[in-house]
Design a binder for this molecule. Structure first.
Ligand code: SF4
Length: 195
């Protein structure tokens, strides 16, 4: 584990611990406020993310940003967004268990430096790895679980909501639940947005 962002980011950007390093364009390290109380975690970069080196860009990212804005959250100001796997799996396949295992220490290190009060997992794969392996995302999204003193919630993946727009209202409801929880347990998240 590294105790500072500079070394962590430099080492991660040069990582070749798993085979995904051979096909990536960019390592997608993560973005946002490194003092955030709320951290969003997705499963891994897609094509646009790989090309731009940023998590959640493209149509899914735009939808995510819209929902974030509606509850006064902003990836540049008061949250941090990262992925469980930092390099794009070819053809957007799910990251393999061994790739997840190899990569998860980078995320663990980010979590250790940020020390978030709330972690939101976007989609089943991230939720299964981070919250609980048998999570049923369709039934258990929007529910807070406590693990090692951190509140954790799964949300539907923005790409899944884009594929089935009927899911938008229930997806948005989770953002409202998150907003309530932030007001209850966070100290500066809604002050950071005003700066
Ligand atoms: S996916 Fe993770 S472990 Fe694999 S090369 Fe990229 S940064 Fe390293």
């Amino acid at each position: 584990m590294y105790d500072n962002w500079e070394t962590l980011e430099r080492e991660c950007m040069n990582c070749n611990k798993c085979q995904l390093c051979q096909t990536r364009t960019h390592v997608v390290f993560g973005t946002g406020n490194r003092n955030a109380e709320v951290m969003f975690i997705g499963e891994g970069p897609g094509e646009n993310e790989d090309l731009q080196g940023e998590p959640f860009v493209g149509r899914g990212g735009q939808l995510l940003d819209k929902m974030l804005t509606a509850v006064d959250l902003d990836r540049k100001k008061n949250i941090y967004i990262g992925n469980m796997v930092k390099c794009r799996p070819p053809k957007n396949r799910d990251p393999r268990p061994e790739e997840q295992e190899m990569c998860i220490d980078w995320l663990r290190n980010q979590v250790k430096l940020i020390r978030p009060k709330i972690i939101v997992c976007l989609g089943r794969i991230a939720a299964a790895k981070i919250i609980k392996s048998d999570i049923k995302i369709t039934k258990e999204h929007g529910i807070f679980f406590e693990k090692n003193g951190v509140l954790m919630m799964a949300m539907l993946h923005p790409a899944a909501v884009l594929r089935d727009p009927r899911k938008k209202p229930e997806a948005f409801e989770d953002f409202l639940k998150l907003q309530e929880k932030i007001k209850e347990v966070c100290d500066h998240t809604y002050e950071d947005i005003e700066e």
